[in-house]
Design a protein around this ligand. Structure first.
Ligand SMILES: [Zn+2]
Length: 223
């Protein structure tokens, strides 16, 4: 293990993409023996989970990444299919059918959150506009689009609570030079968008994975 072990990652605390030191690694393996129809054990299947804790060289904050893979699921060339996601700080990961444009606009917002609050708010607005388009909302302004998605149950009915955030996003679009976006406002804008994106894209994908797992285990309710 070299002393320079680490990875180039986007720091969701300070917005820098930088080399981070790996300061802790934890691996957990669940193995299951695989027997043939005669009961002879030929192999074992491994469910592997890795956690990596990194420290940002710029701001000193911690990022935790989790990797999952299953030895029986591989690419055609035999490499394992690795599922990797940042689990701390809480971020929106693209592990669903979230369109690239939505994800990229949101990532752009995160990158500039401590550099320029108004540009961050504009990027968030762009991410939400793209999400609305993806989900078929065609109203004139963002508030009406989100309201339409809440009415059609794509979003939870929280549109009224969105009003303040949406006003800030509207301000960013109209008079970015005159409005001060302090850290508190930027943080609530980002948290709000994370909740929306997770609800629309990641939560259904997560539920489907759990359902697939249950049906794979042969769970039924016919007792
Ligand atoms: Zn950082």
């Amino acid at each position: 293990m070299s002393s320079e072990q680490g990875a180039v990652l986007l720091c969701y605390h300070c917005g820098n993409r930088t080399f981070m030191d790996l300061i802790k690694h934890h691996k957990h393996v669940d193995s299951e023996e695989i027997a043939d129809s005669y009961g002879y054990i030929h192999n074992s299947a491994d469910f592997v989970r890795n956690w990596y804790m990194y420290s940002c060289k710029v701001c000193g904050e911690i990022t935790v990444q989790r990797e999952n893979w299953f030895s029986e699921e591989t690419h055609p060339d035999g490499r394992p299919i690795i599922n990797s996601q940042v689990v701390y700080p809480q971020v929106t990961n693209k592990n669903s059918d979230m369109p690239d444009g939505v994800f990229e606009a949101f990532q752009a917002a995160i990158k500039v959150r401590h550099i320029d609050g108004a540009i961050c708010a504009l990027s968030v607005r762009r991410a939400l506009e793209k999400m609305c388009k993806d989900k078929g909302a065609t109203q004139n302004d963002l508030y009406r689009k989100l309201k339409h998605l809440a009415d059609t149950k794509v979003l939870p009915p929280i549109v009224d609570e969105m009003a303040y955030i949406l006003k800030q996003l509207g301000n960013a679009a109209a008079h970015a030079d005159d409005i001060v976006f302090d850290d508190g406002i930027v943080t609530s804008i980002i948290e709000f968008t994370q909740i929306i994106l997770d609800y629309v894209y990641n939560l259904p994908a997560k539920l489907k994975r759990v359902q697939d797992l249950r049906s794979g285990l042969g769970t039924d309710n016919t007792n």
